[in-house]
Structures are given as structure tokens and as C-alpha cells.
Design a protein around this ligand. Structure first.
Ligand SMILES: Cc1cc2nc3c(=O)[nH]c(=O)nc-3n(C[C@H](O)[C@H](O)[C@H](O)COP(=O)(O)OP(=O)(O)OC[C@H]3O[C@@H](n4cnc5c(N)ncnc54)[C@H](O)[C@@H]3O)c2cc1C
Length: 420
């Protein structure tokens, strides 16, 4: 039995684990990824991370935090007992308190050709590069939305890509308005300027989005609406997404209330279920700094340091993070045109090969599941369910265990520290 179990070893989860361990309590962090760091600090070697990220992982380990990677939580018996697939074996893990830091995933909206090899998510491209995929000399088109475009474009160029275009679907006015709201955060503007300097040779267009990807066996062309004009780019990779959506499935299984697709939390980051806290992007998309602050609040609250969690400075920082998240959501909301890109022939559920023509928007998500198997494949609706909710207004899928696709192997190991 641990005092606190944290699900997710991104900035939020690490921050919470540190706050718990600093108060002398036993904490275990589980993450399905191969190394700690979550999405933003995905790495192959610790030394490649920015100093503050490395310091955070090292601090957690020095405090005795156990970080078990390749450990996916597949079910929750109760807030005090989770079921985990750990390297091929199913285990149960009891805990006194539970902190959910399960992050967010990309929202991918179907368009003709989006299932071609070489068409990936914007964050997915970043993840591929960080995992060692070579882009040297590859022609890349990036079409997405939000602040994530800049670091990904810079990473692609730094990885040797020939970046042809960065297209932001939000309007110029929305982007300028968002930029202006950052004047109080000059470090964020400076960071954006640094990224832009790295990909300065590539054009950056607002009010522009992909309409089709074409090719045989692999993407060869991207057709992009560039400010109202259709332009075709010969390319090797297309990275696209329509923003991020909180990963709330585990919270839902536990019975936590969600609002607007995010886990609902109070000022202590407590959920509607006693003994369960939620932090970071699963409570709404607002960036790594907010995730770290929320982690500290929840970590303190989960071990009874309520006064510390209530500290004015922490609460103010967290509230600023929430405000930033609301501005982000307003400025980079997916435009209506993105919801209309799929033609009758476009696959909308890539796991089960269901095409747009196979579903009737007047159905419910459940009817569509039963009649066409949309959302019944390996991703369990993580991609198509989110897309159908956006395109047809269907209520979101109800999460059910097991989460993901656990494999029950012959061999197993005890949960142990797998961090470097
Ligand atoms: C694909 C992608 C790429 C991104 N790249 C960048 C970037 O380059 N720069 C940037 O500024 N921001 C980036 N972001 C945004 C960034 O992730 C967030 O701002 C920040 O990392 C949020 O931290 P977090 O701890 O809330 O979530 P995350 O960092 O996403 O961490 C959540 C962790 O929970 C784990 N997890 C989820 N469910 C389970 C489960 N059932 N069992 C076990 N583990 C689980 C995941 O493996 C993940 O490691 C990216 C987001 C995404 C989705």
C-alpha cells in the first residue's frame, strides 16, 4: 500500500509526486510511456531534456519517488485500488489516495487522405522525432492549431526537415488577440519568437487548413486552403491536428464528474469523488506551467497539507493558468470548416474501416457503435469518438474498462523503479 498513487509522469504528475515525497509520504507514479516526462518532456536520454525538466525528474528520484514506466492503468476497482498492465502482467495496486495526471491527446478530424502513411498528428510528429525518427531532407507540411505548432515546427527544422508551410486554422484576429493577451507573459512571447526564428524560412499562415492528403501507399501531396486559395504541396509528411482534448477516461471509470470534456475539480484539485484529485491537462488544456502548479496543490492536499495547498501564491498561479486555458480554448477553437472536410468516402473510424457514408449523424454514438462498429476498435473511440462528437454533436463515448488494449503475457515483474 502506498500513501499516494499518481497516474501520469508528465509535469503535473511529477510535481504532485515531489510535493507528496517532500512531506515524507510514500508515492508511486505509474505511466504507460517508456520514460518519465509525459508529452512535453518525451526523451530517449535524460541529458537531452531542458535543465528544469531534468531537474524535476532527478528531484523526484532523489526523494525516493518510485516511477514505474510501461505501466498502464486499465481499470479502477475503487479509488483505493487500481488495475495495472505492467510489462505484460496484470497487477493490482492499493493506495490511500489517488492523483490523476493523465494529460491530453490530439483531436484528429477526418479529411480525405488522412489515413495515408505519412499523415500524423502535430504532437505525433514531435513524438516521432523525439523517439528518433529521421526527418533529414524530408518535405514537411504542418497544419494545425494553437501554440503547439511553434515548438513542433522548430523541432522539425532542427531535425533536418524541409518545412514547406505552417498553417494555423485560427483567424489572424484570433491569433493576434491571443498574442496580445500574452504581453503580461513576455517569456512566452520570447519563447515563441525563438521558435519562429528556427523555422523562419517556412511561411506561417493563419486562417489556413488542410483539405486533403493525396498519394499512393504514402502521402505525396497536401492540399491546403491557404487563406481561401487551394494550394498543393508535394511533400513526404503531413502533420495535422485540431487541438488537444483532455484524457478523462480513467476519471470517468472512477465516477468523477466531467464538465465540457475535462475533469471537474475544486480549488484543491479535488474531484467529485472523495480521495481522488486531478491535475494538469486532464482537467483542461493550459500548458506545462499550470500543470506543475496544480500538481503541487494536489500533492499537498492529498497528504493533508491543506494550508500549504491553499497558499495564496499557489492558488493565484493556478487561477492564472486556468484563465490562460480559457483564452487558449477561445482563440484556437476548431472552425466549422474543419468539421465538414470528410467526404462520403472518407474513413472516419480507422480501426474498423468505417466510412463517413456508413453513419447517419442523427444516430447516437451508441447506435453508431452497434450498427457500424465505429469506435469499437483498438483505440476504443479515442480518435473517432472524439471526431464524431465534434462533427455530429454526439455525446462523448462513455469510458469503459479495460482502458487501452492490455496484453496479459506470461512473464511479469514486480512494480519497480524503471526510471533512468
Ligand atoms: C502529443 C502531444 C505532444 C505535445 N508536445 C508538446 C510540446 O512539444 N511542447 C509543449 O509545450 N507542449 C506540448 N504538449 C502539451 C503538453 O503535453 C502539456 O502542456 C503538458 O505536458 C501537460 O502535462 P500533464 O502532466 O498534464 O500531461 P502529460 O505530459 O500529457 O502527461 C500525462 C501522462 O499520463 C500518462 N497516462 C495517461 N493515461 C494513462 C494510463 N491509463 N495509465 C498510465 N499512464 C497514463 C501518459 O502516458 C502521459 O505520460 C503536447 C501534448 C500532446 C498531447
Amino acid at each position: 500500500m502506498v500513501d499516494v498513487l499518481v497516474v501520469g509522469a508528465g509535469p503535473a504528475g511529477l510535481s504532485a509526486a515531489i510535493a507528496v515525497a517532500e512531506r515524507g509520504k510514500r508515492v508511486l507514479v505509474l505511466d504507460q510511456g517508456l520514460r518519465p516526462g509525459g508529452q512535453i518532456w518525451r526523451h530517449r536520454q535524460l541529458a537531452s531534456l531542458p535543465p528544469h525538466a531534468r531537474a524535476m525528474i532527478e528531484r523526484a528520484l532523489a526523494l525516493g519517488v518510485v516511477i514505474a514506466n510501461d505501466a498502464r492503468v486499465v481499470d479502477a476497482i475503487s479509488p483505493n485500488e487500481l488495475v495495472i498492465a505492467f510489462r505484460g502482467r496484470i497487477d493490482r495496486q492499493p493506495t490511500r489516495a489517488l492523483i490523476l495526471a493523465t494529460g491530453a491527446r490530439e483531436r484528429l478530424l477526418p479529411f480525405p487522405g488522412w489515413t495515408l502513411p505519412g499523415v500524423v498528428g502535430v504532437g505525433g510528429l514531435q513524438a516521432l522525432i523525439k523517439s528518433g525518427v529521421s526527418l533529414a531532407g524530408a518535405r514537411v507540411v504542418i497544419c494545425g492549431t494553437g501554440p503547439l505548432l511553434f515548438p513542433v515546427a522548430a523541432t522539425a527544422v532542427a531535425a533536418g526537415a524541409d518545412l514547406l508551410l505552417v498553417a494555423e486554422q485560427a483567424s489572424r484576429g484570433a491569433v493576434l488577440g491571443f498574442g496580445t493577451s500574452l504581453l503580461a507573459k513576455p517569456e512566452a512571447l520570447l519563447q515563441a519568437a525563438k521558435y519562429r526564428a528556427v523555422f523562419r524560412k517556412a511561411p506561417f499562415h493563419t486562417g489556413s487548413w488542410i483539405t486533403a492528403a493525396e498519394g499512393f501507399g504514402h502521402v505525396q501531396r497536401a492540399v491546403v486552403n491557404v487563406r481561401g486559395k487551394s494550394v498543393t504541396f508535394d511533400c513526404d509528411w503531413v502533420a495535422t491536428s485540431a487541438g488537444l482534448v483532455p484524457s478523462t477516461e480513467l476519471a470517468q471509470i472512477l465516477g468523477c464528474t466531467t464538465v465540457d470534456g475535462a475533469v471537474d475539480v475544486d480549488d484543491m484539485q479535488g474531484t467529485s469523488v472523495g480521495g481522488v484529485w486531478a491535475i494538469g491537462e486532464c482537467t483542461g488544456v493550459k500548458g506545462d506551467l499550470a500543470a506543475i502548479t496544480e500538481g503541487e496543490i494536489a500533492g499537498r492536499a492529498a497528504v493533508g497539507d491543506v494550508d500549504g495547498a491553499r497558499a495564496g501564491s499557489l492558488q493565484r498561479r493556478r487561477n492564472r493558468g486556468r484563465m490562460f486555458g480559457r483564452r487558449l480554448a477561445r482563440a484556437f477553437a476548431a472552425r466549422e470548416e474543419l468539421l465538414q472536410l470528410a467526404t462520403d468516402d472518407t474513413i472516419i473510424c480507422r480501426c474498423e474501416d468505417v466510412r463517413r457514408r456508413d453513419v447517419d449523424p442523427t444516430w447516437t454514438q451508441r447506435q453508431a457503435k452497434l450498427w457500424t462498429r465505429v469506435g469499437m476498435g483498438e483505440c476504443q473511440g479515442a480518435v473517432c469518438g472524439t471526431a464524431c462528437t465534434a462533427m455530429f454533436g454526439w455525446a462523448a463515448n462513455v469510458a469503459r474498462p479495460p482502458l487501452g488494449a492490455p496484453t496479459v503475457g506470461e512473464w511479469g515483474e514486480e512494480l519497480r523503479n524503471t526510471a533512468p
